[in-house]
Structure formats: C-alpha cells, structure tokens
Design a protein around this ligand. Structure first.
Ligand SMILES: [Zn+2]
Length: 169
C-alpha cells in the first residue's frame, strides 16, 4: 500500500524517483514496482561493495530515464552476460540487467528515497551470505564513543573464527 505524501505523481499515477549519489543519473519508475528482494550473491556483493544488495525489479515499460545517459558505464559479467550499469562520475551501481529477464530492469532499492510499492520480502543466494553480514543482532552503546553501537560477541559467531589472541573476548 502506497500512502507516502511525498510520493511524486504524474498524469497516470504514482511514480518513484531514483538517482545515483552525485545526481548525474536520474530516472523514474511507475509505482508499484514489480517486486523487491535481497540479493546475497557474491557477484552483487562485489558489485556493490556491500554485504548484500537490495533490488527493486521494474518492468522496462514502466521505467524512464530522466537524465544521465552519458554518465552510464557498463560491465558485462563474462559467465552470466548480466550487465551492471554504474554512474561513471560517482561509481554508484544503478541498473542490473539479466538476460533471462529481458523485460525487467533491476535497480538498487537505496537509490529511491520514497516508497516503490513493494517491500523486499524475498532473498536469493542466501547460501552465499557472509558470516559478517549484519542480520539485526542486538546492539548496545560503545562506551566512550558517542554514536557508535556494537554487537557483543556471541559464542556461535566465535566458533571457527577465534584464535588464541582472541582469548580475552
Ligand atoms: Zn553519479
């Protein structure tokens, strides 16, 4: 359900505006998007430089570039032929096109400030998730460092990672 008051509206309905970090690449999709998911694959992890990527899948027919075509760089993955586009000025990953879904464009959820009409309830490649990914563990304040919170070490996480120098933990 889309109820956000700051959502932009065009002649035919709601749209969500997206942009890269520097703002050179800007685009919009019709709301609601098709679906949204968390991608834990190694390829997306590397491409984003992050624990995992959260994508919004949109029909290309419901996607429009606003500006920035000239700032788009592309990398084609040799094995999958998937194309990852990024802003050549700021490096933000912007689009991810997969050959097996040629009518879809996948866009990082983080590039939209407003709602896209789909919650990211799905996960793919969870078997490739890293053990250091934050999964909502309980956090507490770190004494002496205002604004920093931390996750107390848990026994399960130390198994296999502790060395003799970690004994004090
Ligand atoms: Zn940019």
């Amino acid at each position: 359900m889309v109820r956000e008051s700051s959502q932009t509206r065009n002649g035919s309905g709601l749209i969500a505006l997206g942009a890269c970090l520097c703002g050179a690449v800007r685009f919009e999709i019709d709301v609601p998007a098709c679906w949204s998911w968390h991608d834990h694959s190694a390829a997306s992890r590397k491409a984003h430089g992050a624990a995992y990527a959260t994508y919004v899948g949109a029909w290309k027919s419901r996607f429009r570039m606003i500006e920035g075509d000239g700032f788009i760089g592309r990398y084609t993955e040799p094995e999958t032929r998937a194309v990852r586009s990024f802003c050549t000025r700021c490096g933000t990953p912007v689009f991810y096109d997969r050959p097996r879904a040629p009518k879809m464009v996948n866009i990082p959820r983080a590039l939209f400030d407003n709602r896209v009409g789909r919650e990211p309830r799905y996960h793919i490649a969870v078997d490739q998730m890293r053990e250091w990914a934050f999964l909502g563990e309980k956090l507490g304040p770190l004494k002496g460092f205002p604004g920093v919170v931390w996750e107390r070490p848990r026994r399960q996480k130390q198994i296999g990672f502790a060395s003799s120098s970690d004994g004090a933990l």
